[in-house]
Design a protein. Sequence first.
Length: 248
Amino acid sequence: MKVSVITLFPEFFGSPLQTGILGRAHSEGRVAVELVDLRRFGEGRHQITDDYPFGGGAGMVLKPGPVVAAIESVRAATPDCRVVLLTPQGRLFRQTVAQELAGVGLAGGLALVCGRYEGYDERIRAYCDDEVSIGDFVLMGGECAALAIVEAAARLVPGVLGDEASTREESLSDGLLEYPQYTRPREFRGAEVPEVLLGGNHAVIAAWRRTQSLLRTAHRRPELLQGVELTAAERRLLRETSAGEAGE
Ligand code: ADE
């Protein structure tokens, strides 16, 4: 997967790109992250990238010239890339978007544009293909958002995680929250591991996990169920169960 990150703070990404699974994926070239220093495209002797807002108001606004020049330099090297502006006004990032962007990064490449200061000059939007927000909160800049997107997409790239099954089975990959997990000891301060998990009957365990995922999702994030295909029996279970119990 190829990702170009346009940012005023390339150093922000230093440690994450050298650490853990992402560090290995980066050094092996499975996740090639190119950091594009927006300052290089700044204007004048001081390489200015921001200016006061027309009409007044607090804070500074990113100038269109440097950002568009940075985008064009990425497009020149990666003509098929998708340029994504990171902004709280974008479509919400979720697992389905991570899957989509991982595919885009593997095909033509992905470019993530990180803002800073109070915002972007509105005319920058015309040079981007997409806008994404990582949640309904305002960060100081797009760098954290870019990192979250790179992490979520990178782990979907074939070969990045050792055990491919873990991306298939985990939370949200099927649209549901993950079932409860346990490891040793069998009893911890009086709390026991559910008996069903100790029996070794894989079909029974799979059925228990599916039920737990459904109940937990119904209790904690009921809106997620709208995007999930349920059997008639599962629909009945959700109707009959007061979501408070196993969903805790
Ligand atoms: N920049 C500032 N806040 C953001 C958010 N929530 N998502 C993406 N980019 C941002």
